[in-house]
Design a protein around this ligand. Structure first.
Ligand SMILES: Cc1cc2nc3c(=O)[nH]c(=O)nc-3n(C[C@H](O)[C@H](O)[C@H](O)COP(=O)(O)O)c2cc1C
Length: 171
């Protein structure tokens, strides 16, 4: 698969088979996160691979999408504000940028392994804090289920996007 085919193939999967993902595949997905760039190479992230049923259940309580419950794994990207780079000029902190890049690397790596994902941000941050799974000083940025798509999951790679002419400015 070429890079461009990979970009087209990735889509949000909201229906999962319960079959666990092979350890080697999970390792390669996590490696993609590890190799992501970050400002000043601070790598301000922790990558949580949640697979124990009792911990999956705790995460389910933090998000309303019951379609996620069948996925055998949930990958959570969290980080600490003071571990990320801050620009002196105006105080901009790169935490969310770094975590987004790590998550995107892993989502694309999962796609290359035929493993389905769906970026989730619409969770309840308070419930997540109370789940007891993460450090109190950590910001949970996003998570994604990881699992094989159930049959008929996805839209068959149809991309609903604005036209390039609406977003690109040639100067
Ligand atoms: C930052 C971000 C947050 C998202 N949060 C959610 C979410 O909480 N629940 C959900 O079902 N999808 C979520 N999505 C998935 C988007 O709805 C999806 O990427 C978009 O509709 C495009 O569809 P595609 O991923 O299939 O190409 C999120 C995506 C991004 C990038």
């Amino acid at each position: 698969m070429t890079f461009h085919e990979l970009i087209h193939q990735r889509e949000s999967i909201r229906s999962y088979d319960a079959r666990p993902v092979e350890t080697e595949k999970l390792h390669r997905i996590l490696q993609a996160g590890r190799l992501a760039p970050s400002a000043c190479n601070r790598q301000p992230w922790t990558l949580y691979l949640v697979s124990k049923p009792e911990n999956l259940q705790r995460l389910h309580q933090c998000y309303s999408g019951t379609w996620m419950y069948d996925a055998p794994h949930i990958l959570v990207v969290a980080g600490q504000r003071d571990a990320a780079w801050t620009r002196k000029a105006d105080g901009y902190n790169s935490l969310e940028t770094d975590l987004a890049i790590a998550m995107d690397h892993m989502i694309l790596a999962a796609t290359a392994e035929d493993v389905g994902t769906c970026w989730i941000a619409n969770f309840d941050p308070e419930k997540l804090k109370q789940s007891g799974l993460f450090k109190s000083e950590e910001i949970v940025f996003a998570f994604t289920p990881l699992g094989y798509p159930a049959k008929e999951a996805g839209r068959g790679n149809q991309k609903i996007r604005n036209d390039l002419s609406e977003m690109v400015v040639y100067l």
